[in-house]
Write a protein of this length. Sequence first.
Length: 133
Amino acid sequence: AKELSVWNEPIADHFGRGNEWDKAAFYLLGAGQQAANAQDNAKALGLYDRAAEMLELCETDTNLGPFVNRTRLELLFKRGDVRRQLLQMSPAVEDYEQAIRLAGIFHPYSGRCGVWCRFFAGIPQGQSCQAYR
């Protein structure tokens, strides 16, 4: 699977040219994650921004609603992480807040406190805060 991940960006471009925005967004998200894993955060941010553009184009297709919301939620968390790595704190917080609004989460103890706890309290990913236990 790792060998196939190098094809994420070319596959995304292919689907984008074919106006298959949902598939383009999916592969751009994968390419962004690949760049983030390689700590090429500037490239990851560009790929995540392109994925966001593809998701906006998907919004007119009502059949894609659940996919768009789920993918946008994942995108906002990942893009927020990359922006934080780039010390773009205000845009990172905006991404996290947008994701929380999208998910209907307004309090860190609501079951998905990971982002809030990781970002604001410095709790490592995969661990939950004391208040949630």
